[in-house]
Design a protein around this ligand. Sequence first.
Ligand SMILES: NC(=O)c1ccc[n+]([C@@H]2O[C@H](COP(=O)([O-])OP(=O)(O)OC[C@H]3O[C@@H](n4cnc5c(N)ncnc54)[C@H](O)[C@@H]3O)[C@@H](O)[C@H]2O)c1
Length: 290
Amino acid sequence: MSPSTIETIVSSIAPSATHTSSGQIPALFSLTGKTIAITGAGRGLGITLTSAVLEAGGHVACLDILPEPSTAEWQSLAKLSGQSGTTASYWKCDVTSEADVTRVLEEIAQAGEERSAPLNGIIACAGIQQKVLALEYEASDFERILRVNVVGAFISVKRAAKILKDKGAGGSIVLVASMSGQIANRGLTCTAYNASKAAVHQMCRSLAQEWGQYGIRVNTLSPGYIRTAMTDDLLAAEPGLEKAWMNGALLGRLGVPDDFKAPATFLLAEGSRFMTGADLRVDGGHCASA
Ligand SMILES: NC(=O)c1ccc[n+]([C@@H]2O[C@H](COP(=O)([O-])OP(=O)(O)OC[C@H]3O[C@@H](n4cnc5c(N)ncnc54)[C@H](O)[C@@H]3O)[C@@H](O)[C@H]2O)c1
């Protein structure tokens, strides 16, 4: 399988292949010399985190079930990678297919080795949402949510971890969970989604416990409400919802994807080197008050 034709490769300013952790803040947040895979990076939060990786000096490979990424955002990513001498590639891939994820990640890792920027981490960001009353929730729908949000995330990080373990250099895995893994959102009848995100939190702790010995760190990033296509659909279906969400917004606004660039970069980079099995909740204070 090869990346789509929209792959962007510019190497005028080659990034250093050697990663050093001098302890200085820029180095602690740097992804120079690393390749990071991001699932669900065709749009929304995932494609914004792609720009974070590029801005931190890393190469990035985006996996998504969509045939193509959002055009405007991809164009600015191409420009960004051109300016920083890094690469961004896009791979159409369903995270629930272990065969596809395995093949794509192996090709991404191989390309990383060839450009002296080995695969060093993954952000499992692909996810789906569905608002249905629990009394009417079809088991097949419940299973579909779990299949993508839990099993798909597991397949992605498992296949990445196999590559990182075989390489022996460790790495960082970030599972995008949600504050909904810890609280039930008022007015949002999403039992399957909330259960799936709680499962992601526990998966993180279990994987951290198994993979720490290989130098592979595993953490969750738990956003609060973010304005993306996912929440636009929910808000369109129920306009009163935004008011309910704003009641818990201690900073007076909902989140935007850019709010997660620094937290995700921190979790990927050396700065979080003593952090594993943890959750980084970034929710504008939503969970802090009842
Ligand atoms: N938007 C929010 O308020 C919010 C809050 C907390 C957590 N999250 C989480 O953040 C992540 C991104 O959400 P978003 O708001 O950007 O949503 P989004 O719908 O804009 O993006 C999700 C992406 O995942 C992709 N995807 C879905 N199924 C897939 C599959 N089987 N294989 C590969 N890709 C698949 C979609 O095509 C899409 O590009 C999700 O895990 C979501 O649960 C979002």
